[in-house]
Design a protein around this ligand. Structure first.
Ligand SMILES: Nc1ncnc2c1ncn2[C@@H]1O[C@H](COP(=O)(O)OP(=O)(O)O)[C@@H](O)[C@H]1O
Ligand SMILES: [Mg+2]
Length: 284
């Protein structure tokens, strides 16, 4: 793809892409605390950690970063990004395969047994940490959560065989509030919530992304432009990246080396109009 604005601004790559790439992930204090707390639960074999957050707050990015960190540490780690499975059996088979269980069986019970053997030989005999990370975990229906509860119940005398980390939007809290899932809820040893960023954090994130994409350069957004991105995005990283990206393109089309408040405002107005038009079309 030809992206002439990159050369114009001295960039090697797109600075504000919405692909959740670990290289472009800026560790705010909040993201880094969630990362450390979750990594601790896993490394100490405590069982179950949950990270909540609205859409666009960095859950998928953090899930990938954590998965990579676990692989680097020599853990057996599997990442499921879309857990919308029709039956517990299909989820179980996927988990068994992703964790490298030598063979799966046709029956639920058979697969559960082989997975248990595999977890035992890896986690207890080889003493290798085994972790399953599930993104978009709000999509897990109660029968699937019940299966996960069974899996994290496998244990030796002193530690859990399988560590589980869930990344989820708030709906998961509502699902877990059901009386039937009290058991599952009580297994959560650590829950973090990703919030929106402050103006300073958001500015630091934009600066960081620009440095990665340019190889050390300084971004062209005026102070007012950054403040406007903050207001319009309400501190949500995804929305902020989209506004920054579109503003950069508009600045290029106007052949302006700097990105002003007016440019960001015009992009934000367009975006709001487009979203409103789309919503109206969806209603019709
Ligand atoms: N701390 C951060 N540093 C840099 N980019 C971030 C950060 N948090 C989120 N983003 C970016 O915002 C967008 C949405 O993040 P994502 O991880 O997909 O959020 P979620 O899964 O919560 O919806 C992605 O482009 C991601 O790279
Ligand atoms: Mg996500």
């Amino acid at each position: 793809m030809d992206l002439p604005h990159l050369a114009y601004f001295g960039l090697k790559e797109e600075p504000f892409s919405t692909v959740p790439s670990p290289r472009y992930f800026f560790l705010t204090a909040m993201h880094s605390t969630a990362l450390e707390k979750t990594a601790y639960v896993v490394a100490a074999h405590k069982g179950l950690a949950v990270v909540h957050g609205d859409t666009g707050t960095g859950k998928s990015s953090l899930a990938r970063l954590l998965h990579q960190k676990f692989l680097d540490a020599g853990f057996l780690s599997a990442l499921l990004v879309n857990p919308n499975y029709p039956t517990p059996n299909s989820l179980l088979r996927t988990i068994a395969q992703e964790l490298g269980t030598p063979r799966t069986s046709r029956s639920f019970k058979g697969t559960l047994d082989t997975l248990k053997d595999h977890l035992w030989s890896t986690a207890a005999t080889e003493r290798r940490t085994v972790v399953l990370i599930i993104d978009e975990a709000q999509a897990l229906r109660p029968p699937l959560l019940e299966l996960l509860r069974q899996l994290i119940n496998f244990e030796t005398n002193d530690s859990k065989l399988l560590q589980l980390v869930l990344f989820a939007q708030d709906e998961l809290r509502n699902t877990l509030a059901r009386p039937a899932l009290r058991n599952f809820r009580s297994r959560i040893v650590m829950a973090s919530t990703l919030e929106r960023l402050s103006l300073d954090e958001l500015h630091a994130m934009l600066r960081f992304r620009w440095q990665v994409a340019s190889g050390g350069g300084h971004h062209p957004f005026s102070r007012d432009a950054v403040a406007t991105i903050f207001e319009q995005s309400e501190g949500t990283p995804r929305e902020a990246n989209i506004l920054a990206d579109n503003s950069l393109l508009l600045a290029f089309h106007r052949q302006s080396r700097t990105v002003s408040r007016a440019i960001v405002q015009s992009v934000a107005d367009d975006r709001r109009e487009n979203l409103a038009r789309k919503e109206a079309a969806d209603v019709r």
